[in-house]
Design a protein around this ligand. Structure first.
Ligand SMILES: [Zn+2]
Length: 165
């Protein structure tokens, strides 16, 4: 694995801690929840619990994010029905992305630092792109040139179609 930057990178200290942290979208004091407010990009697939979305601005077609239909933050406050279904859903989405081909591995990320409405990211590591293994994949995803949003949406629709196959 390797960073998408030329060496040498210079280590630096983190900035001053900001406590309390600024509110995220969808929590008290923050901007309204984009998902509950309907402002988020339209889902290309949904079932009783989950919605599946293409990214906006991205470099790796086949990347999708899955959100809960109900507003909760994380695994710590996840309603039982979602907790019971999460593994099934993740396996299903992973298989659908792998079925697109040319994928080395599907990475699953849950950050939650931007919005307080539960969502996870599925990012396919291109087959053979060993530089992008482990935590380097989202950094490469950020640095590689973006592809048109229409291409990201078309790829997400193919993943959605594979979910129902
Ligand atoms: Zn919400």
């Amino acid at each position: 694995m390797a960073m998408p930057y030329s060496e040498p990178l210079v280590p630096r200290a983190p900035g001053e801690r900001e406590i309390p942290e600024p509110p995220r979208r969808g929590e008290p004091g923050g901007e309204p929840c984009g998902l509950c407010g309907g402002a988020a990009v339209s889902a290309v697939w949904q079932d009783d619990l989950w919605t599946l979305h293409p990214p906006v601005g991205g470099s790796l077609p086949g990347t999708v994010w899955v959100a809960s239909r109900e507003h909760f933050d994380s695994f710590a406050d996840m309603p039982p029905a979602y907790a019971a279904d999460f593994g099934r859903m993740v396996g299903r989405v992973e298989r659908a992305i792998l079925a697109q081909g040319n994928v080395g591995r599907v990475h699953l990320y849950r950050w939650g630092d931007g919005g307080a409405h539960f969502h996870v990211w599925f990012i396919p590591r291109p087959l053979g792109m060993l530089d992008a293994r482990w935590m380097y994949l989202p950094i490469w995803e950020d640095v590689l040139p973006n592809v048109p949003d229409a291409d990201l949406e078309a790829a997400a629709k193919k993943v959605a179609a594979a979910l129902d196959a």
